[in-house]
Design a protein around this ligand. Structure first.
Ligand code: SAM
Length: 468
């Protein structure tokens, strides 16, 4: 691999000779591959019992595993069931250090395509609120898909700039993740194209974005709340220096020392210019590719001064359940007939909302979102068409097989399951009407039974493509 000369020289000026040699040598090694089990759907032990793959644990995340280069976990029906997310192992560290708990209000500010969002959502276990945002409209599409594939029910997906969010969510969140846009020096093995864009000027440009994003993030954090800042780059300007500058400007914030797993290294205060926050910087952590099995990351956990008080009173959303029951007879008929065991919309922590012709189940306790660009205002259940309700793919992915009146069960090695995720019509007998199609009991999507065949409702953009 031909890493940029100026980058190698820059690292040489930062590291000892021996360390620099080991660091550069790491770029000649194959990259590490990882997957993280989606605990919204199953436990790591359950997945391990179902597959005979040679997985080994990622030390800093109990649901993370390394897998060998020749394995293709994305070419398996379980991937289509959202049972695991393919994620570079060191990228599992930020959400793990932030340590989110059920019931919290969490913001993932720079979230697309959603690796860390799926990890934060798994920690919330469906309780609390996850606002997941990216300012790039194209990347938000991938974020929405991942929120849906992984069966996340309590998320709002926004496509906003942090300053606009800060107006709507002042001091609102218990936990905020800023996985900042960065110069991506830790991505060179995974995405060699990143090397072409690398330059000192690019580092400066990233610093400008990071500074501004952090400032807005700070406004959205509740007193006593925690903010996790991470990058996948090694440049001190984007890491230690960025955090030192932030601490100097925000005396109400301090570093919470990160637990150092084997191979993790303390942040380097000597790379900052700040006298004020010098001592605190060693509480941040560096994951170096020559010291751990992963591509590399920087993580800093910060706490805002003050006591956590009770959550602010729940804001009322558009319309309550009762009025919608009258307005949405087709939705209620669908639920009665197709999902007789589903009690989701009776949960007092959620409320049914409408956006144009689409029905959502949204978490309670949100402020008025009408001035924000919303990609999803909660769990998209489906669309009201003329006199009928059509369930969404997201609805299927957030359900359990036992919720449905009619299911089509495939085992993972049944060739029909691949035909289903390829979008083919299946010539099999199934109950008439809506069926929830499952693999080993985990929902994959919808199909409509005619009696003799199964009309495939698997969305075009989600299909298994040969060779991809
Ligand atoms: C490192 S990537 C995020 C990766 C993501 N957290 C994950 O785990 O999949 C940084 C993201 O920040 C987004 N971004 C850049 N500038 C932003 C801004 N001002 N506000 C919000 N997001 C921004 C980019 O579009 C990009 O998707």
């Amino acid at each position: 691999m031909n890493i940029p000369e100026a980058f190698a020289a820059r690292m040489k000026s930062l590291l000892s000779e021996e360390e620099h040699r080991a660091f550069i040598a790491s770029y000649m090694e194959p990259r590490r591959q990882g997957l993280r089990v989606n605990r919204l759907k199953l436990s790591p032990d359950t997945l391990l019992a179902r597959v005979d793959w040679p997985l080994s644990p990622v030390p800093w995340t109990e649901d993370g595993f390394y897998y060998p280069e020749n394995l293709r976990p994305a070419k398996h029906p379980y991937y289509h069931a959202g049972l695991y997310y393919i994620q570079e192992p060191s990228a599992m560290s930020p959400a793990s250090v932030l340590d989110v708990h059920p019931g919290e209000r969490v913001l993932d500010l720079c979230a697309a395509p959603g690796g860390k969002t799926t990890q934060l959502a798994a920690s919330l276990q469906g309780e609390g609120i996850l606002v997941t945002n990216d300012n790039n409209p194209n990347r938000v599409k991938a974020l929405v898909k991942n929120v849906e594939l992984y069966g996340i029910r309590n998320a709002v997906v926004t496509n906003e700039t942090p300053d606009k969010l800060a107006v709507v969510f002042p001091e609102y969140f218990d936990k905020i993740l800023v996985d900042a846009p960065c110069s991506g020096e830790g991505m060179f093995r995974k995405e060699p194209d990143m090397m072409k864009n690398w330059s000192e000027t690019a580092i400066e440009a990233c610093c400008g974005m990071q500074r501004s994003i952090l400032m807005d993030a700070a406004r959205m954090l509740r007193p006593g709340g925690r903010l996790l800042y991470s990058t996948c780059t090694f440049a001190p300007e984007e890491n230690e220096q960025m955090i030192a500058e932030f601490l100097d400007r925000h005396p109400d914030f301090s570093v919470v020392p990160v637990y150092m797993h084997e191979g993790w290294e303390k942040g380097r205060p000597e790379w900052t210019r700040s006298a004020v926050s010098y001592a605190q910087i060693s509480g941040t952590a560096r994951l170096w590719p020559h010291r751990i099995k992963g591509e590399g990351h920087y993580v800093a956990l910060l706490q805002k001064a003050g006591e956590m008080t009770d959550p602010a009173p729940a804001y009322s959303m558009t319309k309550g359940k009762k009025s919608l029951e009258k307005e949405l007879p087709d939705f209620y008929t669908f639920v009665k007939e197709t999902l007789p065991n589903w009690k989701g919309f009776e949960d007092s922590l959620f409320t049914l909302t409408m956006h144009d012709d689409r029905v959502f189940l949204s978490p309670m306790g949100l402020p008025d979102l009408k001035h924000l660009r919303l990609a999803r205002q909660g769990w998209l259940l489906g669309t009201i068409k003329k006199k009928r309700f059509e369930p969404s793919q997201a609805f299927a992915m957030g359900l359990q097989a036992t919720d449905a009146a009619h299911t089509v069960y495939f085992t993972a090695n049944d060739p029909d399951v691949i035909r289903y995720v390829k979008g083919e019509t299946l010539m099999i007998q199934a109950e008439k009407g809506w069926n929830l199609v499952c693999v080993d009991g985990y929902p994959l999507g919808w199909a409509k039974g005619t009696g003799t065949s199964l009309k495939n409702m698997y969305p075009a953009g989600w299909r298994w493509i040969d060779g991809a």
